[in-house]
Design a protein around this ligand. Sequence first.
Ligand code: CMP
Length: 131
Amino acid sequence: MIKPDAVKDGHSGAIIKMIEEAGFRIVALKKTHLTAARAGEFYAVHAERPFYNDLCNYMSSGAIVPMILEKENAVADFRTLIGATNPANADEGTIRKLFAKSVEANAIHGSDSDENAGIEGNFFFAHTEQY
Ligand code: CMP
């Protein structure tokens, strides 16, 4: 999911290009937005964290671009492509190093397991939109 800061700054196209060039197939993609409540549902696993409310407000502050991506070893390879959560720790050439502004406004989210990728994909897309 490309996050509000990166969408607002006009980086969606560059990020999608990097994703495709890294060998991911786009199964589903759209531009949409979250309410704070829906962002809270998406990030429910972080509900007890001190940054949760700010994260929900930030994630509902503008448009997002969720995607479902397919590749061998997709979860691990995508995490390599996007870089560390905090852009200060992200490797050169990663999406977060190039486009993230802070640990919160960090340009992009990637699922942390195959199981969560399925859950998060279904959060945004009907089965008929996944092709
Ligand atoms: P993401 O990979 O989408 O998963 C949870 C998000 O919470 C993370 O990216 C950041 O946007 C945000 N986040 C994680 N750690 C912090 C933190 N210490 N302070 C603020 N936001 C954070």
